[in-house]
Design a binder for this molecule. Structure first.
Ligand code: HEM
Ligand SMILES: *[C@@H]1O[C@H](CO)[C@@H](O)[C@H](O)[C@H]1NC(C)=O
Ligand SMILES: *[C@@H]1O[C@H](CO)[C@@H](O)[C@H](O)[C@H]1NC(C)=O
Ligand SMILES: *[C@@H]1O[C@H](CO)[C@@H](O)[C@H](O)[C@H]1NC(C)=O
Ligand SMILES: CC(=O)N[C@H]1CO[C@H](CO)[C@@H](O)[C@@H]1O
Length: 327
C-alpha cells in the first residue's frame, strides 16, 4: 500500500525531471546524420578556405559564439540584424568589435545549398568556433547539434556580457548565471590566447582607470613596462588601432596567455582578476609554464558546456534561411 503510493508519487516526478532535462538531451552529435550527413565536413572545408585567406578571423568566430551563448543562449541571436523599431544585439556597444558576420553567412549559404532548411545558424556558429580553435593549432572536440535559431535579438540584453573592467566577483556572477563555474571562467578566458583587442577596450586602464582622466590614473595592477608599451601604441582617443592579446603568438592557440596573465601583462583588467582568487590563480600559474594538454582537454570540456547554454530544441525557434534575418 505504502510502496504503491510512493510509485504513484514518483512516476509524475520522474517525468517532470525528464521534461526539464529534455532541452539539452535533444542535442546530439549525430543530429544531422540522416538529414545533412556532410554538414560538419562542409563547415570544415569552408573554414579552411576562409582562414587561409583571412587568418585573423579565427578570434572573431570564437568570440561570436561566446557572445551568442551569453545572450539568450546559443540561438544565433547575435547574428540577427536590427529591424525597424528594434535595435539588435549587434548594434549594442560590445558589437563595435565583432567581426566575421559575412563569413558565417557564406558557410550557412553552402549548407542551405546542400540541405535546405536543415542546419541552424546557431549550430553553424558553434561548429565554426570549434574549427577556428582547431585551425589555430588548438584542440578539437565533438559538438552536439540540434540547436534551433531564436527570433529575437535585443541590444539591451548585451548587458549580460562581462565587460573588460570586471573584477572577479562580477565575472563569477555573470558566468554562474549561465551555469558556468569558476573553472569554466579561468579556462574559457584562455580563449584570449588568440585574437586582438581595440585600443578603445583598454584605454581606461591606460589613461582613465578611476574616472580622473590624468596620466597617473592607470590600472595599478598592469605591469609598468607593459603599460608604457601599450601607451605607445594606443593614444587616449584611439578607436581604430588593435593590439595582440597574446603578443608573439596571437594566431596560435596555446598556453602563453596564462604566462602573460601571471606577469600582469594581459590586455584586460578581467584577465588580471583571475589572479585574485586562489583557485583561478593556481590554474593560471600552473598553465603559465606548460601543461598544454591539460588546458586543451579543459578548454574542450568548457566549450561543450558553453555551447549548451539555454539552447532552443525540438519545436522551439526555427531554422533560419539566412542568419541575419528571421524567416
Ligand atoms: C571572462 C570574460 C571576458 C571578457 C571581459 C572579455 C572581453 C573581451 C574584449 C573586451 C575583447 C576585445 C574586443 C575588441 O576590442 O576588439 C575580447 C576579445 C576576444 N574574446 Fe573575450 N572576453 C571574455 C571571455 C571570453 C570568452 C569566454 C571567449 C570565448 C570562449 C572569448 C573570446 C575572445 C576572442 C577570441 C577575442 C578576440 C576577438 C578578435 O580577434 O577580434 N572571450 N574579449
Ligand atoms: C529590452 O528591449 C526590448 C525591446 O525594445 C524590451 O521589450 C525589453 O523590455 C527590454 N528589456 C530590458 C531589461 O530593458
Ligand atoms: C574618464 O572617465 C570618466 C568617467 O568614466 C568620464 O566621464 C571622462 O570623460 C573620462 N575622461 C577622459 C579624458 O576620457
Ligand atoms: C589623478 O588620478 C589619480 C589616480 O586616480 C588621483 O588620485 C589624482 O587625484 C588625480 N589628479 C588630479 C589632478 O585629478
Ligand atoms: C558594426 C555595427 O553594427 N556597429 C554599431 C554598434 O553599435 C553602435 C552604437 O549603438 C552603432 O552606432 C554602430 O553602428
Amino acid at each position: 500500500m505504502e510502496s504503491r503510493a510512493l510509485v504513484l508519487l514518483l512516476v509524475p516526478l520522474a517525468s517532470l525531471f525528464l521534461l526539464l532535462g529534455s532541452t539539452s538531451a535533444q542535442l546530439s552529435v549525430n543530429y544531422y546524420s540522416k538529414t545533412c550527413p556532410n554538414a560538419e565536413e562542409i563547415v570544415r572545408k569552408e573554414m579552411i578556405q576562409i582562414l587561409s585567406v583571412a587568418p585573423s578571423l579565427a578570434g572573431p568566430f570564437l568570440r561570436l559564439h561566446f557572445h551568442d551563448c551569453f545572450v539568450r543562449g546559443c540561438d544565433g541571436s547575435v547574428l540577427l540584424d536590427s529591424t525597424p523599431g528594434n535595435k539588435a544585439e549587434k548594434k549594442a556597444l560590445p558589437n563595435l568589435t565583432l567581426r566575421g558576420f559575412g563569413s558565417v553567412e557564406r558557410v550557412k549559404a553552402k549548407l542551405e545549398k546542400a540541405c535546405p532548411n536543415t542546419v541552424s545558424c546557431a549550430d553553424v556558429l558553434t561548429l565554426m568556433a570549434r574549427d577556428a580553435v582547431w585551425l589555430s593549432k588548438g584542440p578539437t572536440w565533438p559538438v552536439s547539434l540540434g540547436r534551433r535559431d531564436g527570433r529575437v535579438s535585443y541590444a539591451n540584453e548585451t548587458d549580460q556580457l562581462p565587460p573588460p573592467q570586471a573584477d572577479l566577483t562580477q565575472l563569477i556572477r555573470m558566468f554562474a548565471v549561465k551555469g558556468l563555474d569558476l573553472k569554466d571562467l579561468v579556462v574559457l578566458s584562455g580563449a584570449h590566447t588568440i585574437g586582438t583587442a581595440h585600443c578603445s577596450s583598454i584605454s581606461d586602464r591606460l589613461y582613465n582607470f578611476t574616472g580622473h582622466g590624468n596620466l597617473s590614473d592607470v590600472d595599478p595592477f598592469l605591469e609598468k613596462h607593459y603599460l608604457a608599451k601599450l601607451r605607445s601604441t594606443c593614444s587616449p582617443t584611439d578607436t581604430k588601432t588593435i593590439i595582440e592579446m597574446d603578443p608573439g603568438s596571437f594566431k596560435t592557440f596555446d598556453t602563453s596567455y596564462f604566462n602573460y596573465v601571471a606577469k600582469r601583462r594581459s590586455a584586460f583588467h578581467s584577465d588580471w582578476a583571475l589572479l585574485t582568487d586562489s583557485f583561478t590563480r593556481a590554474y593560471v600559474l600552473k598553465h603559465a609554464n606548460g601543461f598544454e594538454s591539460e588546458f586543451f582537454q579543459d578548454f574542450a570540456e568548457s566549450m561543450i558546456k558553453m555551447g549548451n547554454v539555454d539552447v532552443l530544441t525540438g519545436s522551439l525557434g526555427e531554422i533560419r534561411k539566412k542568419c541575419s534575418i528571421v524567416n
